[in-house]
Design a protein around this ligand. Structure first.
Ligand code: MG
Length: 376
């Protein structure tokens, strides 16, 4: 079997919001198909990279050797490492996993050693605009309505150089939300790289005082030494430092794990270059005794990919990321992703177990790379 054609379906915005996604369909010379997706956001740029720097290497290749093909492409495009190459590569990787699982008549979860099951999402807030009172009220309501057992809230400001969204917000937010969701709810925070080590440790002590157990990106992500300093300072507390969502180089991942910069590793399957590479990060973390809670901050297929992966690894954290925002991806997947009684189902249908709404596909931009038909 050989890869015959690679098609993409791309949008720049959805319902007026800049939220582009690009789906990939792989087709083989035996007319089998697989569905995947590149990383969202600027996906029209990723689609260009896909057609120019990913697809040409894949046409004619064996679609069953996913790890081999992914490595070959990263090596061939060594002058263009990381961000956009990996965002595009994810489209190929995830389409091939879907194809391979469908070939065997199983879900991707089963193909990689897991099984369809239910998982517990944590409700992930993306907001820094909500007042502490509004955020607390919203999360308490979501807990009541959908049964979430854990939430993540945003502290500081994104890459914010110690500045809060407004003065005192973080110090007010933590106790206000803790009180609203009560003690039985697990509380996580995300600083999105806001702090220097000194400030991060001060905030970490506040988190510990309110039983917050997960402290994500306390410092700017490239500053691994800073993050390590914070992790060491909080070692005797129940606060676990998490990070890695931006990291997409496997050597850097190994370095981060070797230095124990974080307690919880958070590869984003779409940023890191696909499921094959994310599974390698999970393996490295397992060898070091670290938990994995991937970054899956939107309701495109990244959440689906993440769910399948989590069923197949032994070091998955207790909850996985599920955005609670009004979402641009809501009408894109069939069936829709839904949380009921604090759980979400990993489907047992072949492949990823989801399709794209035909109307969405019909209004997207189509491009394809095809292998020349053999001369008669
Ligand atoms: Mg984050």
């Amino acid at each position: 079997m050989e890869i015959q054609q690679l098609e993409t379906f791309t949008k720049k915005d959805v319902r007026g919001k800049p939220a582009p996604v690009s789906f990939v369909r792989v087709r083989t010379d035996t007319d089998e198909e697989g569905l995947g997706q590149m990383s969202p956001y600027n996906a029209d740029i990723s689609a260009k990279v896909f057609h120019r720097q990913v697809a040409p290497h894949a046409l004619g290749a064996d679609p069953m050797d996913i790890d081999g093909l992914v490595d070959e492409i990263v090596d061939a495009e060594y002058k263009f490492p990381w961000s956009y190459l990996n965002r595009a590569l994810t489209g190929l990787d995830t389409a091939l996993w879907d194809l391979k699982a469908k070939q065997e008549g199983v879900s991707v979860a089963e193909l990689i050693g897991g099984k369809p099951t239910t998982l517990k999402p944590y409700g992930s807030s993306m907001s820094r605009e909500n007042t502490p009172e509004a955020e607390a009220e919203r999360l308490a309501r979501l807990k009541e309505e959908r049964g979430f057992e854990a939430f993540k809230i945003r502290v500081g400001s994104t890459m914010g150089d110690n500045e809060d969204a407004w003065e005192g917000r973080t110090e007010n937010l933590i106790p206000t939300v803790r009180e609203a969701v009560s003690d039985e709810t697990q509380l996580f925070v995300d600083a999105n790289g806001c702090y220097t080590p000194e400030k991060a440790i001060e905030v970490g002590e506040l988190l510990d005082a309110h039983d917050v157990v997960h402290y994500e990106e306390p410092c700017p992500f490239p500053k691994l030494e800073w993050t390590t300093e914070v992790r060491e300072a909080l070692n005797d507390t129940d606060v676990q430092v998490a990070g890695g969502e931006q990291d997409n180089d496997l050597t850097q991942w190994q370095r981060m794990i070797n230095m124990h910069a974080v307690d919880i590793v958070q590869p984003d399957i779409c940023y890191v270059g696909g499921l094959a590479r994310a599974m390698r990060v999970a393996d490295m973390a397992e060898d070091a005794g670290l938990l994995v809670i991937p970054h899956s901050a939107n309701h495109s297929l990244v959440t689906v990919f993440t769910m399948h992966m989590l069923t197949a690894i032994d070091n998955a954290g207790p909850y996985f990321e599920f955005s609670v925002e009004d979402h641009w991806a809501e009408e894109m997947l069939e069936p829709a992703l839904t949380v009921e009684d604090g759980e979400i189902e990993v489907p047992d249908r072949p492949g990823w177990g989801f399709e794209i709404n035909p109307e969405w596909l019909a209004t997207s931009t189509y491009e394809a790379n095809s292998r020349e038909a053999p001369a008669m």
